[in-house]
Design a protein around this ligand. Sequence first.
Ligand SMILES: NC(=O)c1ccc[n+]([C@@H]2O[C@H](COP(=O)([O-])OP(=O)(O)OC[C@H]3O[C@@H](n4cnc5c(N)ncnc54)[C@H](OP(=O)(O)O)[C@@H]3O)[C@@H](O)[C@H]2O)c1
Length: 251
Amino acid sequence: MSDGLAGRIALVTGAGSGIGLAVARRLAEAGAEVVSADLDTSDCAGFAVTADLGTATGVDDLVAAATDRFGGVDVLVNNVAVAPYRDGFTDIDDASWQRSWDVNVMSGVRLCRAVIPIMVDRGGGSVVMIGSEAARHPTPRLLDYSVTKAALLSLAKALAFEYGPHGVRVNTVAPGPTRTATMDAYLASLAGGSDLDAAADHLVRDVRKLPLGRMNDPEDVAEVVLFLAGDRARQVTGSEYGVNAGSTASM
Ligand SMILES: NC(=O)c1ccc[n+]([C@@H]2O[C@H](COP(=O)([O-])OP(=O)(O)OC[C@H]3O[C@@H](n4cnc5c(N)ncnc54)[C@H](OP(=O)(O)O)[C@@H]3O)[C@@H](O)[C@H]2O)c1
């Protein structure tokens, strides 16, 4: 079965680096018309739109740019997020909560509200939310981030029920530790800035004890996103796919 992605219009957020960039490249390889959105679009694949996706204006501008250029949207990969490290619960003031909520949740809410009706008019589509294992395993160092990822999981499930009858599938990919700029900043804080590979190895083997013994590359996550975005997953909706080297012990 073909993935059917050739010629489809795919919008990827946070596509300037890391997982979003790998997803955008992989969708382009599959023949999709890719719209990549980020604050910094200098490295983006496909048609690049510079936007702050934590604002309503940024989302509106992105959807307008995509539809003006390509006439619609068939695939949405809602990847953008911020993941600030916190000292603890009382470290997080209202403004910090609001920014995490705006970037991590409202970007997805606003984009789905704008794009899903377009997909319905076109006979269907696929939304992939990039969640996190932190949604089900919240950590104090990433407290507000964990809460926003749980909200995104709930949003995906609700949308899958509402829009399945209209041909729109909504799924979540929940990565475990993945070697991106955000992860490297964390590894640098662990390693005092030196030997990030050794810090990654320590995290994988001694701290997280990942059964597969290797941290994800962004491309590992992109492969699963590609599957869910395309027609080979035509019977899959409301699901959550972990890409985490076996990190979660719960069933
Ligand atoms: N890496 C991991 O270990 C891991 C694990 C679990 C889940 N995830 C999830 O995977 C997704 C991608 O993570 P990643 O590690 O690839 O992150 P990343 O390397 O930091 O990439 C995120 C991209 O989003 C951009 N961005 C941030 N705020 C934005 C905004 N307001 N408007 C537009 N663009 C914005 C960033 O731009 P700047 O760089 O300019 O800020 C960056 O290019 C996220 O949803 C994350 O929660 C990652």
